[in-house]
Design a protein around this ligand. Structure first.
Ligand SMILES: [Zn+2]
Length: 459
């Protein structure tokens, strides 16, 4: 007897990019039956009027074991998240995975080892404006190697947060990553908003090392007029054979922490940012538009920093990125308290389907699903995820393409963590984590540890 059957839905075949009227059966955590007749099972879900998609894979998040962030991801249809991005991750990847395995998590988590925290910190580099010395680079390589042996899916960089790090240390770690056939997601080093050189730097790293590189939240880096020239550079570099990919979100207005070099006073001046472009996303000043007095008060009162949203860019640049064949949608979502943060934590994937498919018709439904599922699965080597085939993992997202809707808004305008509409069922390893639109707090998500000996696939 099947554990679960999903009958009468419209299944997206991401390999053939076709819609098919099929009925899906699961036994435990695997897809074990695909039929043109309705199936019997212990639990039968009527998916009439719904799209049955492989679970969405978010290649760029900062969930990193935070339960509320995991809940918000699940509610927007994400069944696998990649954490440890922008150079920030736990130091001990094995301990992180062991703990997640023990306590359980709503969705699956893959993990990167971060260049800034922990690697630079672990070798005593606390000044973001200091490059690493040769001995420190060797030590960082050793620590990164251990993390990759422990199952990290790659090495992440947040060059914006370590403006002084040298290309030598980036290349050394990227080379190591290439030896392991894993991926380097990179948040580029923007000296200012008009710094397209930061992209040349990454292309150079890819060229010298041959590493597979994912340029993180592309629209957040290059919106403000540089998206199109940036994408043209990537088109050319890819024609040259470089293994370059991008992820990109549905908003141009990005968020990061107040205590990072991004919000250093000099950096604000260099970028010509106006105070009113900044809104506080967390803490006691949540929803306040920045002014000079508040800036200096927060510098004194909140040395650990709060999240700040910076408003900039042109909306069209969101679409320019995501129509590219090498682009995947991502959230950049982080861990915040209830009622705080940026709408990307709850609205990214629903906004992607609403705008890109339903309203603007920039992508076909099949293509949009492919970019959110099979494309990230193959890019990261998650070989049992990303498509609805016999024997694949039971990660499924059921949504109504006519109703899917993001209701989250910026903290000075609404609720940044308001859950979306039109995604009634999300299954993680065959277990409904969202059931009839309600979050069930099930913990069937697993750590996705890369196995040391193989070049693709997950444990
Ligand atoms: Zn980042």
């Amino acid at each position: 007897m099947l554990t679960t059957a999903i009958n009468y839905g419209t299944v997206i075949d991401v390999e053939e990019k076709k819609q098919k009227k099929l009925h899906i059966g699961l036994t435990g955590n695997k897809i074990t039956k695909i039929s043109d007749r309705p199936l019997l099972a212990s639990r039968v879900i009527d998916a009439s009027g719904l799209i049955v998609s492989p679970g969405f894979i978010d290649v760029h998040g900062h969930v990193d074991g935070d339960l509320y962030a995991g809940e918000l991801c699940a509610c927007q249809g994400i069944t696998t998240t990649v954490g440890g991005n922008c150079g920030g991750s736990p130091v001990d990847i094995k301990a992180f995975f062991d703990e997640q395995e023990k306590q359980g998590f709503p969705i699956h988590q893959a993990m990167l080892i971060g260049h800034e925290t922990p690697l630079r910190q672990a070798v005593g580099l606390r000044d973001p404006y200091q490059p690493a010395k040769p001995g420190q680079i060797t030590l960082m390589e050793r620590l990164a190697q251990k993390a990759l042996d422990d199952g990290a899916c790659g090495i992440s960089f947040g060059l914006d947060y370590v403006p002084g790090c040298s290309l030598t240390e980036v290349i050394a770690l990227a080379k190591l990553c290439e030896e392991y056939h894993r991926i380097c997601p990179v948040h580029s080093r923007l000296l200012t908003d008009t710094d397209i050189y930061s992209l040349y730097e990454l292309i150079q790293v890819a060229r010298q090392t041959g590493v597979k590189m994912l340029i993180s939240h592309f629209v957040y880096q290059y919106c403000g007029g540089l998206t199109v020239p940036g994408l043209q550079m990537l088109d050319k570099a890819r024609r040259e054979g470089l293994d370059l990919w991008i992820d990109s979100g549905m908003y141009t207005n990005w968020t990061t922490y107040f205590h990072t070099p991004t919000f250093d006073y000099q950096n604000i001046l260099n970028n010509h940012w106006q105070w009113e472009q900044m809104v506080v996303a967390t803490g006691k000043y949540k929803g306040r538009v920045m002014d000079e007095e508040l800036y200096f008060r927060m510098k004194e009162e909140t040395p650990r920093g709060e999240a700040i949203i910076l408003f900039e860019g042109y909306e069209e640049e969101v679409y320019d990125c995501l129509v590219k064949s090498y682009a995947m949608p991502s959230t950049d979502c982080g861990a915040y308290k209830k009622g705080e943060g940026h709408p990307q934590i709850a609205g990214s994937f629903p906004k992607y389907f609403r705008e890109m498919v339903r309203e603007r018709k920039l992508l076909s439904l099949e293509e949009a699903v492919y970019k959110a599922t099979l494309l990230p699965a193959t890019t990261f080597g998650f070989s049992t995820k990303g498509s609805i085939q016999m024997g694949m993992d039971g990660d499924l997202t059921l949504f109504d393409i006519n109703k899917i809707y993001d209701t989250a808004d910026y903290p000075h305008l609404g609720n940044p963590d308001e859950k979306p509409q039109g995604i009634p069922y999300v299954l993680v390893d065959g277990v409904p984590v969202v059931d009839k639109g309600c979050f069930m707090n099930t913990r069937s998500g697993r750590p996705l540890r890369k196995r040391p000996v193989e070049k693709a696939g997950c444990a």
